[in-house]
Design a protein around this ligand. Structure first.
Ligand SMILES: Nc1nc2c(ncn2[C@@H]2O[C@H](COP(=O)(O)OP(=O)(O)OP(=O)(O)O)[C@@H](O)[C@H]2O)c(=O)[nH]1
Ligand SMILES: [Zn+2]
Length: 223
C-alpha cells in the first residue's frame, strides 16, 4: 500500500498544474569575465517568472541560450540569500557562487533557478535571528535548532517542476550539496554530472564553511 507521503510525491511528480509560468522577459546583464579582473561584458539572458500552489512564493529561471535546444544543460539551483546575493555578505559563500554560476551559464549555456527559499527556508528575519545566535557562539545548525527549526527546510519539487516546464529531465548540476541531487531524483530529474562550485571562501566564513562540510555533508574539498 502507498503511504501518504508517496501519494503526495506521486501527485507532485505528475501534477504540472501546481506550477505556472506567468512571464518571460529578456534580461541583459553584466558579467565579469573572471571573478576578479576584466571589464564586465553584457550577456543576454531570458528570465521566466513562475507562480505555484505549493509555497506561494514567486521563483525565477535565468536562462542563457536556446532552452528548446538544450540536451543536458548546466543548471544551478540557487537559494535566495539577501545578505550574500545583494549586500555581498562574507558570512557565507552565496554571492560569489551566484556570480560565478552566472558567468558559467553565460559561457556554456544553461539555467539558474533562483528559489526564494531564504535562509535555507526559514525566511529572512529568522536567518538574521540565527546570525544573532551565531554571534553568541552557536554554529549555523545549532542556531536553527535553537530557533525551533530543522537545519534545512528547503524542498526541491518546485525546482524539478520548473525544469520539467522547460522540457528538461537530465542536468549537470552545479552544487557542493549532495542532498539536492537526491531530492531532485525523487521528482524525476536525473543529475548526470555534479559540477563543484567552490568559491567565496573568506576569513569571515571559515567556521561556517567547516560546519557545512562536517554537519551538512557539503563536498568542499578542492580536488
Ligand atoms: N538558516 C540559515 N541560513 C543560512 C545561513 N547562511 C546561509 N544561509 C542560507 O543558505 C542558503 C544557501 O545554502 P548553502 O548551504 O550555502 O548552499 P546549498 O544551496 O545547500 O548548496 P550549494 O548548491 O553547494 O551552494 C541560502 O538560502 C542562504 O540564505 C545561516 O547561517 N543560517
Ligand atoms: Zn548566503
Amino acid at each position: 500500500m502507498l503511504s501518504i507521503e508517496q501519494l503526495v510525491q506521486y501527485r507532485q511528480i505528475f501534477d504540472s498544474s501546481l506550477i505556472k509560468r506567468e512571464a518571460k522577459i529578456k534580461l541583459p546583464s553584466a558579467i565579469n569575465k573572471t571573478a576578479h579582473v576584466g571589464e564586465p561584458e553584457t550577456h543576454h539572458f531570458d528570465l521566466y517568472g513562475y507562480k505555484n500552489a505549493i509555497d506561494n512564493q514567486e521563483h525565477v529561471a535565468l536562462i542563457s541560450g536556446d532552452v528548446e535546444k538544450f540536451d543536458i544543460p548546466l543548471v544551478r539551483i540557487h537559494s535566495e540569500c539577501l545578505t550574500g546575493d545583494v549586500f555581498g555578505s562574507l558570512r557565507c559563500d552565496c554571492g560569489p557562487q551566484l556570480n560565478h554560476a552566472k558567468a558559467m551559464i553565460a559561457k556554456e549555456g544553461g539555467i539558474i533557478l533562483y528559489m526564494r527559499q531564504e535562509g535555507r527556508g526559514i525566511g529572512l528575519l529568522n536567518k538574521l535571528k540565527a546570525y544573532e545566535l551565531q554571534e553568541c557562539g552557536a554554529d549555523t545548525v545549532e542556531a536553527n535548532h535553537q530557533l525551533g527549526f530543522a537545519a534545512d527546510l528547503r524542498r526541491y519539487e518546485l525546482s524539478a517542476f520548473m525544469l520539467k516546464d522547460l522540457g528538461i529531465s537530465k542536468i549537470k548540476l552545479i552544487t557542493n550539496n549532495p542532498d539536492k541531487i537526491h531530492a531532485l531524483a525523487k521528482f524525476g530529474i536525473e543529475v548526470i554530472e555534479r559540477v563543484p562550485l567552490i568559491v567565496g571562501q573568506a576569513e569571515e566564513n571559515i567556521s561556517y564553511m567547516q560546519t557545512k562540510k562536517e554537519k551538512m555533508s557539503h563536498l568542499l574539498d578542492k580536488e
